[in-house]
Design a protein around this ligand. Structure first.
Ligand SMILES: N[C@@H](CCC(=O)N[C@@H](CS)C(=O)NCC(=O)O)C(=O)O
Length: 216
């Protein structure tokens, strides 16, 4: 019997969607891509509200079951399709990888999300330059913290060990966004080396914004 098709509601430039696209590609899982254009406000429309309670992307539909939150989605995929694993086999390794993933997803990303940047400009009347300064400040602070966390772990090609996993799925999209906003990478050698190693892999390339069907 054919496995039910996975459906991913995504936006090419959404870094949280990018995380899930990498996880799907690493596992070789085919899926239908449903573009939700965030800049046009598609995520606020009633059609999307009917499927998504939080009205964010990504949202994964697995045979009618709808899942939100990129970290939860990736862990779900890892449990349903264990090979290749996104998390190490040992509890300490898993805690370390989750800490790195959360450093991006919980500490950096929420401060720089689209709605936050929009609020700065529309409600607080911040200039475009002030908004970009906000982005660069919090993104760099977060990446420096990630660099310090990585420096305390044994040297490795990827965030944890010699195979890419959950933390790499979070690091790469964050670096992509940081590059777009021209964040300084001074002192972020380990972050950059991991990013480069990941981008050698077809799964990371295939999940990139420019390879998405909705890329502009
Ligand atoms: N914590 C959520 C964040 C989801 C999220 O904020 N997605 C962004 C795109 S990266 C979004 O939909 N933003 C819409 C908005 O800010 O209005 C996750 O990891 O999935």
């Amino acid at each position: 019997m054919l496995a039910a098709m996975l459906k991913l509601y995504t936006y090419f430039r959404s870094s949280a969607s990018f995380r899930v696209r990498i996880a799907l590609a690493l596992k070789g899982l085919p899926y239908e891509s449903v573009p939700i254009h965030l800049l046009r406000g598609d995520h606020k429309k009633p059609e999307y509200a009917a499927v998504s309670a939080d009205q964010f992307v990504p949202l994964l539909d697995d045979a009618g079951a709808q899942l939100s939150q990129s970290l939860a989605i990736m862990e779900y995929l890892d449990e349903m399709h264990p090979t290749p694993a996104l998390l190490p086999a040992d509890p300490l390794g898993r805690a370390r990888v989750r800490a790195l993933a959360q450093a991006v997803a919980c500490d950096i990303h929420p401060l720089n999300n689209l709605r936050v940047l929009k609020y700065l400009v529309r409600e607080l009347k911040a200039s475009d330059e002030a908004k970009n300064q906000w982005y660069r400040h919090w993104c760099r602070e977060g990446l420096l913290s990630l660099e310090r966390q990585l420096a305390r772990l044994p040297a490795s090609t990827y965030c944890h060990g010699e195979t890419p996993g959950l933390a790499d799925c979070c690091l790469v999209p964050q670096v992509f966004n940081a590059q777009r906003f021209e964040v300084s990478f001074e002192g972020l050698e380990r972050v950059q080396a991991i990013h480069q190693a990941c981008m050698q892999l077809e799964a990371f390339q295939a999940a990139s914004p420019e390879r998405c069907p909705d890329a502009e």
